[in-house]
Ligand binder design. Sequence first.
Ligand code: SAJ
Length: 430
Amino acid sequence: MADICVLGLGYVGLPTASLLANAGFHVLGVDVDQRIVRGLRSGATRLDEAGLATLVAAAVNSGNLQSASAPEPADTFIICVPTPLTAHKGVDLVAVEAASRMLVPCLRKGNLVILESTSPIGTTRATVGGILSAAGFEPGRDVHLCYCPERVLPGNTVAELIGNDRIIGGVTAACARRAASIYGRFCQGRITLTDDRTAEMCKLMENTCRDVNIALANSFARIAEDAGVNVWEAISLANLHPRVKILKPGPGAGGHCIPIDPWFLAEAYPRHAALLRTAREINDTQPARMLQRLQGTGLLKSGDQLAVLGAAYKADVDDARESPAALLCRAAGTLGLRTSVHDPLVRAGKHHGIEVSNDLAACLSDAAAAVLLTEHKSYREVPVSAYVERMRGRLIGDTRNWLNHAALRQAGFTVVVLGDGTDPEEMKKT
Ligand code: SAJ
């Protein structure tokens, strides 16, 4: 019999299951996707995360990590399934409900059930707890129930699962203490206990805070563009203040967390959501704004080809979920522009409505303009000659202040940098 059953073997479930297995627990990893279950049997993972392949292989080879498509009796059940947004910005709890129902037949008195998925306040008690109590297991009395959010930065998941501080919210204090004894086996950060609702709100506040702060940086970028100031320089100077830490402006906030989680608060508490909604709107309209600036040069017209550099939602990851590239391509389409999207890391093919290619030369071919959306390291190494040789036009947009602007301008390009309102011709004179 397994000690722990982890339901959902994605970005968080798989590394968590592997860490628990390597810490000595007998773990059963469960996923509804047969390919994941089969892959894991041979110790393989499709996720590209530093240290994950080694971690998974060690867990499987030790015999402590097994996989299946349905749960089996265990002491602890950890739910790590997706909680996406519906078309109307509400939460879709179908996967959480399905996982909760799936584990009920395996549940026994005294078991511990943990929800890790990012969820609206009250989900642990109402949704998971509701299903458990309907099956005759009263949370806090017959079974332990907790909400234990992860805080890992995709791209650095394994190190952050081990090193980050964690909060554990129990339906009762005894529930939280029981969960802490499990996470304490691999988590070297501080573990702080609280109740389930506080832990749920805490997770949503963390990502909303980041979204609002990115929107603030993007607002400063817009002001700088109008004011004739370079926001990148202004931010680095403002950040010399001991209590100021302005984030970086950019093409918006992508990924499966930051653009989604604020809605879990905004939708449930609309009276207090003005700031959250505005932040979402600012971040989501950054791509369209960059397009406007590019068109403002007169060098990009309806019918032209626009090369989009970067489909990953952030630097040096292969993840295209909720990427600003999708918003940009959609906005470009409404302006009559044709787009070709390149990324060095995202697998070639269709992702979230955009066709991604790994062939930079082909993507730049015949383009009137190129716009950089993701600050991948490899884009810094592209020689100016690659743009000169392939592109038809001489216009480059840089949403991350990442490219060598001086070299591009010297080669005859007009370079539009997000947040830079200074006039390069004027700068040359001073
Ligand atoms: N971004 C900016 N400017 C910045 C920082 C980020 O434009 O200064 C953009 C990125 O380019 C990206 C988006 O924001 O498009 C989100 O990237 P991120 O690195 O801020 O966050 P994620 O989505 O990779 O991970 C976040 C993290 N949350 C916080 O930092 C508060 C992570 O710790 C969470 O565990 C994760 O969400 C999650 O799973 O909830």
